[in-house]
Design a protein around this ligand. Sequence first.
Ligand code: ADP
Ligand code: ADP
Ligand code: MG
Length: 503
Amino acid sequence: MIKKVLVANRGEIAMRIFRTCRVMNIPTVAIYTHVDRGALHVRYAEEAYCISEDETDTSYLKPDLILAIARKTGAAIHPGYGFLSENADFARRCEEEGVIFIGPSADVIAKMGIKTEARKIMKAAGVPVVPGTEEPVNNIAEVRKVAKEVGYPIMLKALAGGGGKGMRLVRDEEGLEEAFRLSCSEAGNSFGNDAIYIEKYIENPHHIEVQVLGDKYGNVIHLYERECSIQRRNQKVIEESPSPFVKEETRKKMLAVAVEACKKIGYYSAGTLEFMMDKDQNFYFLEMNTRLQVEHPVTEEVTGVDLVRDMILVAAGNPLPYKQEDVEFRGAAIECRIYAEDPENNFMPSPGVIKVREAPEGRNVRLDSAAYAGFEVSLHYDPMIAKLCTWGRNRESAISNMARALREYKILGIKTTIPFHQRVLHNETFLKGNYDTTFIDTKFDKEDLKRRQNNDPLVAVIAAAIKHFEQEKEASARMTTVPLVGESLWKYYGKLQMTANNY
Ligand code: ADP
Ligand code: ADP
Ligand code: MG
C-alpha cells in the first residue's frame, strides 16, 4: 500500500497531486530548491526537503537525492509532468530500489520516449501514424532524399522531443540544410540527443488526444478526447473536451484504436495518445505521453474522475475501480493556461514578482495554481503559473463561464496570457469550433489585442490615479523634515501615515 507520497515536482502540479493525497488521507512530502523555499507546495506538504546544494542551484533533476528522500520517508514518488516524469532510468531505479513509482512501467516509458520507436510500435498495433521515417536521418544527403520521398512540406523532429521544442517546418528544399543544422543543435541542447527524423507536415491539423487509464491486470479504458489546437510555438494554450470538430463516428474509431493499442503494449497508469487530424477527419498518431498531462483537468471536469487518485490506486496494485461503461460524460469543459508571458510581444517570458492576485471563484470554476501575491515567477522554470478550467452543460455555457472567470482574474506585476484568452473567447472562428493549430498565426488579430489594451478606459483611469499618487508622494517627500528633537518617532511616522492615507 502507499503510505506517503513524494511529489518530485513544483508549482501547480505539485499542489494538484497533494490535494488528492489529502482527500485520500495520505501524508505528503515536498522537495524544493532554494529559490522555491517560499512556494505554496512547500507549505502545503507535511514534510519538505531542500534539494539545492547552494543558493544558485535551481535543479529538480536530482534522481539520487530524490530517491534517498523517498527511501528515508517511506514515500512513493509521483513525478508530475516535465522534469523526471518521462525519464525511464529514473522509473527503473525506483523499481529496483523498492520505491513505488506512480506512473507506467520503465519499459513503456523508454519505448514511448523515442518517437521513432513509438511510431513503430503503434503502427504494429494497428494505429495509423503520421507518414514519415521509422529511423533517424543522419546527414543532409539522406535528409534530402527522404524529404523528397515523403513529399514537402515536412517536419524535422527531434527523436527525444517534448514541450514543442526541437521541431521545424520545411516547405521546400531551399531551406532544408539550414533547418536540419538548427534542428540538430536545438535537439542536442534541449534533450542531450541530437537525432532527428522526418514527418510529413499535416496541413491545417487539429491536435486531438485521447486520455487512457490502465491497471496492472490488462484493463484499459479511455476517458474520451481533448481538442488542443490552440497553440503557440507548437505548445498548447487552450484545451477543451469534447472536441467541437470531431464527428461521432471518427471519435468512436479513435477511442477504440487508442484503447486497443494500450492493451497491446501492456500500458498501465494514466497516459495520453496524441493525434493529428486533417480537415477530412483522417487521424494519425503523433506521440504518446506516458504521464499525467498538463490539461488533464478538462477530462476530470467532464467525467468526474480523479486521475491522480486512480494513478495512486493503480500504482499500489489495485485494479481499476470502474469500467468503461461506468464512465459518464457530462457537458463540456475548457481550460486556459495562464502563462507569465506577454501576448502582445510574441509570448515573451515575463518573470517577476506578482504584486496583486485576485482569483476567480464561484460556480463551475476550477483553478489549479501555485501563484500568490508576493511570489516571484522565476526564469528558471516553466512560465505556466496557473490553469483556469470551467465547466458548462454545453460548449457555449463552458465558454461563457470562462469569460466570466477571466474577468474576475487579476494578476498584476507581471504580464500574463489572460488578455489573450479573453480575445480568443470572442473570436468567431473559435466560437464556431472549427479551428486548427494555425489559429494564432492566421485567425487571431494580434494588433487587435494591443489596441484593446491601450484603449481600455479603466486602465487609463488607474494609470492616471497612480501617476497622481506618485507625484504627490514625491512632493510630500521633499517637504519632509527630520523630526524635531523631543517628538517621538512613533508620532512622527503616525503623522506621515495619516498624510499618505489622505490620498
Ligand atoms: P502536455 O502535452 O502535458 O500538455 P506539453 O507537451 O506542453 O504538455 O509538455 C509538458 C510541459 O511541461 C513542457 O513544456 C515542459 O517544459 C513543462 N514543464 C516541465 N516541468 C515543469 C514543471 N515543473 N512545472 C510546469 N511545467 C513544467
Ligand atoms: P511534443 O513532444 O513537443 O509535444 P509533438 O510531436 O506532440 O511534440 O508535436 C507538438 C505539436 O507540433 C503538435 O500539436 C502540432 O501542432 C505540431 N506538429 C508536430 N508534428 C506535426 C506534423 N507532422 N504535422 C503538423 N503539425 C505537427
Ligand atoms: Mg506532444
